[in-house]
Write a protein that binds this ligand. Structure first.
Ligand code: ZN
Length: 410
């Protein structure tokens, strides 16, 4: 169960590349759980052994061009379920991409531990490496680690304290860094911006420190994991420009004390107030940060972890890594809370105030960790607020794919 779905009932499986064993395993598991399954057969793919009497949809050439919305509508029609009760699973990231922003759960099943660098801006709701994980998704409240542990229904308890992370290699012509991201970041133009607390918390952390402990609890187990694979010598962060507050340095300090690693914040600094990145394209960002950082190490270091909050193009992360490599560091690993996701400009996802019809926005309580929905016209009409759980439930159910005509359901 993801923050984008509700009451999962049905699995849509893109058949390409699935073996007969995997198909029959999933079919049996889902059947035992009382869940439905619809197979999507692609044109040119060899015939797999599909269990008799199962539901099959054929992907047409048009579906390939225009994306999976029609297939999902056919599956809704065939099963009677809403799109938010469905999970689409594929072994191909390319095949999954057009479904990622639709109101349906998306899962990439793929044994490669790394996501391709060019794909990180279009991440599915989850990537799993073991087939046994897929049926479990119907029973669990799960998702990416940082998105789940920053989701507070009340001020006391996060949704869960475990979740998935993903890995990729950030690369430029001169540098490569292995990255671990704890989740996804959705900017204000993204249709999930008003659903996911992580993005709001990151925005809030730009101007104050109330989220520091929560963010520390995300970085900490990831750095411990990195240390188990490859001993860590010290921790630093992507430094802010000199005119800005060094927001991540206090988190590095806490992590260094708790984990017993060297705090290298003062050893990697930004030396210029380079122009802000906001309106720059990928290549301009790389030029913009070139030679803007300086590393001074007292001794040679083997392995340094750099933390940052949001990873967009990787320009600053790679420039910091290059600066550390040039200062003699042998290996650099990056850890971020989220990778910035591309928005689909045609998608809007919102709920309206029952009092005045204005839009409800996801807001964070200033005194504790809870989140709630508040009306954009609150000051004018004193509209009542909505709890996060109720608001998210409305967000999911009111923004599902609507079938154009009401055909008889099976
Ligand atoms: Zn209102």
């Amino acid at each position: 169960m993801f923050l984008k779905t509700n009451d999962l009932q049905c699995l849509l499986l893109y058949l390409d590349a699935f073996t007969d064993e995997e198909i029959s395993y999933l079919y049996k598991q889902l059947n035992d759980m009382g869940k439905s399954m619809v197979f999507i057969q692609c044109e040119e793919v060899l015939e797999q052994k599909i269990p008799p009497q199962s539901l099959v949809l054929k992907e047409t050439f048009q579906d390939k061009i225009f994306g999976p919305q029609k297939i999902i509508e056919s599956a809704m029609d065939l099963t009677g379920f809403e799109s938010y009760q469905m999970l689409v699973v594929s072994k191909s990231h390319q095949q999954l991409k057009p479904a990622i922003n639709l109101p349906i759960g998306t899962v990439l099943y793929n044994k490669n531990p790394h996501i391709l660098y060019e794909d990180i801006g279009h991440l599915p709701d989850l990537k799993v490496e073991e087939i046994e994980k897929i049926p479990q998704l119907f029973n669990l409240t799960t998702g990416y680690f940082s998105e789940i542990v920053t989701t507070y229904i009340t001020q006391y308890k996060p949704l869960s304290n475990s979740g998935y992370v993903f890995r990729f290699f950030a690369q430029s012509e001169q540098t490569s860094v292995e990255m671990i991201s704890a989740g996804r970041y959705f900017g204000p133009k993204h249709s999930l911006y008003e659903s996911i607390q992580l993005s709001k918390r990151i925005t809030k952390s730009k101007s104050e420190t109330s989220q520091n402990n929560l963010f520390k609890s995300i970085y900490k187990p990831i750095i411990q994991f990195i240390n188990e694979q490859n001993l860590v010598s010290g921790i630093t962060r992507v430094p802010s420009r000199p005119e800005k507050a060094d927001r991540l340095a206090p988190i590095v300090k806490m992590l260094s004390i708790e984990l017993g690693f060297k705090d290298l914040s003062s050893n990697l600094i930004c030396i210029n107030n380079y122009p802000t990145h906001k309106n720059l394209g990928k290549e301009q960002r790389f030029i913009n940060v070139r030679n803007q950082f300086k590393a001074d190490l007292m001794e040679p270091l083997e392995h340094v972890v750099i933390i940052d909050d949001v990873f967009t193009t990787g320009a600053t992360m790679l420039e910091c890594a290059k600066t550390l490599y040039n200062a003699g560091v042998k290996k650099v690993t990056g850890v971020v809370l989220g990778v910035n996701q591309f928005a689909d400009e045609f998608l809007d996802r919102y709920i309206v105030c029952e009092n005045c019809g204005g839009r409800l926005h996801l807001r964070l309580n200033n005194k504790n960790r809870s989140a709630f929905y508040g009306c954009e016209h609150y000051h004018q009409h004193q509209c009542p607020t909505l709890s996060y759980g109720k608001g998210l439930n409305r967000m999911v159910t009111e923004n599902s794919i609507k079938l154009a005509n009401t055909l008889d359901k099976f």
